[in-house]
Design a protein around this ligand. Structure first.
Ligand SMILES: [Zn+2]
Length: 331
């Protein structure tokens, strides 16, 4: 109904005028209904807790599934079980950031458990037994493989993926050749950095490609060989996810943790928060860790002076519980 018909009633009776506000409400509801009806399918990015190592599952708004790394070989059953529990029956795209066993080991179990259409790799060669087993599993299952390089961009339905690493010439250190993805849905960006270190970070800084991201998967399990202050400033993450388990390397380092805090990032760690699910509709995002971390904060003792206590009461130290901002469930 045209707007003029609402604002210019032809019947000037009291009863018809009384109906106008009600009619306006109905029309306003009708006018806004197309927006309300346009529900935006979420992108869910799940950092699966498989101990020391990386595994990140992306469930795209169009229903496709992307798996970036699979943790150590021992993490394979955990990753497969998690995918099974969440209804994943096949993987459209598997990304092996690099050939270290804490990234590709678990992918071998995934390949044995469900069809995988395509795999992106940093290179087509590897030397370790685990890496060779992974490449053999790719071949045995007829997975189409390709290498990706900085500057390539892809569209996954409404989600865009920009490759930020590796670039030629490749480094000798395979960590530095990690496939790095910047995944964007609307105004929300994820930066998945594999085990890339400061060499790759400097290349990215000099590339001119966008690095800003609301969510950063922190490089190399929080090692101090990654996450330079310049890089973190450029990314400026609101949320930093560290995929880490018990390890002998000192991951994550105090330096990395303090620099992440210095750029204002809220830190989530798989060794403390368990599997971490981040959901976004393209404009907002929320974090749902499987475990809540509780920390007791002791107020300074001087505050005791401000507490009014009965003479016979036993003074107790006030405390409060801080829990991570929990949010929504996956599905
Ligand atoms: Zn690693």
């Amino acid at each position: 109904m045209p707007y003029s018909e609402v604002t210019t009633p032809t019947m000037k009776t009291r009863s018809s005028l009384r109906l106008i506000p009600f009619t306006l409400i109905i029309l306003l509801l009708t006018a806004t209904s197309p927006l309300q009806a346009k529900t935006t399918a979420p992108l869910t990015v799940t950092f699966i807790d498989g101990g020391q190592g990386d595994s990140c599952w992306l469930h795209l708004p169009n229903g496709d599934d992307v798996l970036v790394d699979g943790g150590k070989p021992q993490a394979g059953p955990t990753v497969v079980a998690y995918l099974d529990e969440h209804g994943v029956t096949d993987i459209e795209l598997m990304v092996a950031t690099h050939g270290d066993s804490d990234h590709i080991g678990g992918l071998i179990d995934v390949l044995a458990s469900m069809p995988v259409a395509e795999a992106w790799l940093d290179s087509q060669t590897c030397t370790t037994g685990t890496c060779q087993d992974f490449y053999q599993a790719l071949a045995d299952n007829g997975v189409v493989t390709s290498t990706v390089r900085m500057g390539e961009s892809y569209t996954w339905g409404e989600v865009d993926a920009l490759i930020l690493n590796p670039s030629e010439p490749l480094y000798v250190d395979k960590n530095e050749n990690s496939v790095i993805l910047r995944v964007s849905y609307g105004s929300v960006d994820f930066l998945l950095t594999g085990d890339a270190e400061t060499g790759a970070e400097n290349r990215m800084l000099n590339s001119g490609h966008p690095l800003e991201a609301e969510i950063l998967k922190v490089g190399h399990h929080g090692s101090s060989s990654s996450s330079s202050s310049d890089f973190l400033s450029a990314v400026s993450p609101e949320i930093a996810v560290i995929s880490v388990g018990p390890n002998q390397y000192g991951h994550p380092t105090e330096q990395t943790l303090s620099w992440l805090q210095a750029v204002g990032a809220v830190i989530y760690r798989t060794d403390q928060h368990g599997t971490i699910v981040i959901t976004t509709d393209g404009s907002t995002h929320s974090v749902s860790p499987s475990q809540e971390v509780t920390r007791t904060v002791f107020l300074p003792l001087v505050l005791k002076d401000y507490l009014t206590l009965p003479a016979t009461a036993t003074p107790s130290i006030p405390s409060r519980i801080i829990s991570p901002k929990a949010v929504c469930s996956l599905k």
